[in-house]
Design a protein around this ligand. Structure first.
Ligand code: GLC
Ligand code: CA
Length: 570
């Protein structure tokens, strides 16, 4: 029987692999310790060698850097430390020449408090006052009980006017008021400016926060005193109207891709944002698999994920969106710790487990994202002092949790080693030279000390490296439609150590088997003659070991962190 796949429209962004660059940490071309656009330009050949189709650049716009560029003070100018507009034009042109597209990071839930709109708004300029949320306090307290993503109230008192303004993130990131049509118009024009330059799309920062619950009511308080403000600021009543308007007025006139960052979304929300017929976004980043190791202080925990939970979560998204909307696939980004440290083993089995994670993710249905350094199996950093950390979220959480006595400073450092955002932000490890070949002067954040052994130069010289595993996976996606369009079926959902799934397309079947533990495992799958199939990829040499085969089942002996994909054609 043929599997029906014709209801999935075929688009370039479905067949693409995206590579995320955090410009501050990628490559410093002018010896000031900060990555920049010219640095990225120098590395286009490297990216071409890897084979990626699209670069997503974390924000490159003018910013006072309260949150490393996610606080923008001019959407149409380049951050001075990163270079100039002509550097950007050159980068875009060179990338295009190399067949690589560029996505920009659209941060429009909030601006910087240094943005001229906010400065005028604060000065009570008639036109600009309503660009942001200004409210009176209640008996000397903020207008409601909401708490921000980076701690504290979401409201900041402005002494001059006696009113408070809303900021879901730091006080330097005031939220834009999308209810004001003038705000939406400004954003549409700005988006058009970049599209006219030739950029190929956008990753949209916390885009499901742009419509808040009308009246901004208090959030529910749970038994431990935690306020649920987030559900009142996400997936609000007008969010789809705003996104459809952006699509109709601007995006639909260009052949671009869009991916929305959307924390706290269900499958049914996702179908509304990214459904094929919705005219909103092409895909979203959901966060459920990023929350499986959270504890009572949220991300600040030492809990390790449970594989059965991870499999159920992946299955839910793989099957839930199939034929209706499109998945994005990722293990890490600039806000998350390193995948090999979190889901694999960054010590004895670093190379093998980094490849296992790559195979596991890249054989799934959806558009894969690689975060800079993931293709080298870069690991978490584990600095010994809080003074070595730079991230505002980490520093705020350290202060709040240790000063309140909830967590000791030693314990907090362990949480940061495991979950802090700076794990992703240490300089890209290019070679074994001082400062990892990222710069010749001391970088804004220290390199991970393991750059002497883990770096791009060594891996490019070693055909067995993590780098070439990613290169191969990218090539396979181009060669086999089943990887892009096949349906997903989880096998053995309760097995605690092995993640096994099957992809089906027309009459072909792709078997993907991944051992998530550091032991040899005897694993049984339904009867299939794998020896007749084509081995697409494996993280050990040769064919996997089939120990027995009968009418009942096929038994496989999986080595520690072994992963493979075998294509069985009819
Ligand atoms: C998103 C970004 C994160 C940033 C936040 C506020 O979650 O990925 O880095 O801090 O939005 O803009
Ligand atoms: Ca620089």
């Amino acid at each position: 029987m043929k599997t029906v796949t014709h209801d999935i429209p075929h688009a370039w962004w479905q067949q693409a692999v995206v590579y995320q660059i955090y410009p501050r940490s990628f490559m410093d071309s002018n010896r000031d310790g900060i990555g920049d656009l010219k640095g990225i330009l120098q590395k286009i050949d490297y990216l071409k060698e890897l084979g990626i189709d699209v670069i997503w650049l974390s924000p490159i716009f003018q910013s006072p850097n309260a949150d490393n560029g996610y606080d923008i003070s001019d959407y149409q100018d380049i951050m001075k430390e990163f270079g100039s507009m002509s550097d950007f034009d050159e980068l875009l042109e060179s990338a295009h020449q190399a067949g690589i597209k560029i996505l920009l990071d659209l941060v429009v839930n909030h601006t910087s408090n240094q943005h001229p709109w906010f400065i005028k708004s604060r000065e009570q300029d008639k036109h600009f006052r309503d660009y942001y949320f200004w409210r009176d306090g209640k008996d000397g307290a903020p207008p409601n009980n909401w708490t921000g993503v980076f701690g504290g109230s979401t409201w900041e008192l402005d002494q001059q006017t006696g009113q408070y303004y809303l900021h879901l993130f730091t006080p330097e990131q005031p939220d834009l008021n999308w209810e004001n049509p003038a705000v939406r118009k400004e954003i549409q024009e700005m988006v058009r400016f970049w599209l006219e330059k030739g950029v190929d799309g956008f990753r949209m920062d916390v885009i499901n926060c742009i419509s808040k619950t009308p009246g901004l009511p208090d959030g529910r308080v749970d038994a431990s005193g935690q306020v649920d403000s987030f559900s009142l600021c996400t997936n609000g009543p007008r969010v789809h109207e705003y996104l459809q308007e952006l699509y109709q007025t601007v995006l639909s006139q260009y052949d671009v891709m869009t991916v929305g960052e959307t924390p706290a979304v269900s499958i049914s929300d996702a179908v509304l944002y990214a459904g094929f017929d919705r005219q909103e976004l092409n895909m979203i980043f959901q966060f459920e698999h990023m929350e499986l190791d959270h504890g009572s202080f949220g991300k600040w925990s030492e809990k390790r994920f449970d594989l059965v939970d991870l499999k159920r979560c992946m299955e839910k998204w793989q099957t839930g969106l199939y034929g209706t909307a499109w998945n994005s696939l990722y293990w890490n980004n600039h806000d998350q710790p390193r995948a090999v440290s979190r889901f694999g083993n960054d010590q004895e089995y670093r190379t093998i487990s980094a490849k296992m994670l790559a195979i596991c993710l890249h054989m799934l249905q959806g558009t894969p994202y690689i975060y800079q350094g993931e293709e080298l199996g870069m690991t978490n950093a584990r600095f010994s002092s809080i003074d070595d950390y730079r991230d505002i979220e980490t520093l705020n959480a350290y202060r709040d949790l240790t000063e309140s006595g909830k967590v000791s400073s030693e314990q907090m450092l362990r949480y940061i080693h495991k979950a802090g955002r700076d794990n992703a932000r240490t300089p890209m490890q290019w070679n074994a030279d001082r400062y990892a070949g990222f710069s010749t002067v001391e970088p804004w954040i220290s390199p991970n000390e393991n750059y002497k052994t883990i770096n791009a130069q060594y891996q490019l010289a070693d055909k067995d490296s993590v780098f070439y595993c990613y290169q191969k996976l990218i090539q396979l996606r181009k060669q086999h439609h089943i990887i892009v369009y096949g349906s997903f079926h989880l096998i053995g959902e309760d097995h605690p150590q092995v993640f096994c799934y099957q992809r089906c397309y027309e009459d072909d079947k792709l078997w993907v088997v991944c051992n998530f533990c550091d032991e040899t495992v005897e694993y049984s799958i339904p009867p299939v003659d794998l020896t007749q199939g084509e081995l697409l990829i494996r993280n050990y040499n040769g064919m996997p070991t089939i120990t027995s085969q009968s009418g009942q089942n096929t038994l496989i002996r999986l080595l520690p962190y072994e992963a493979f994909a075998i294509l069985c054609t009819a």
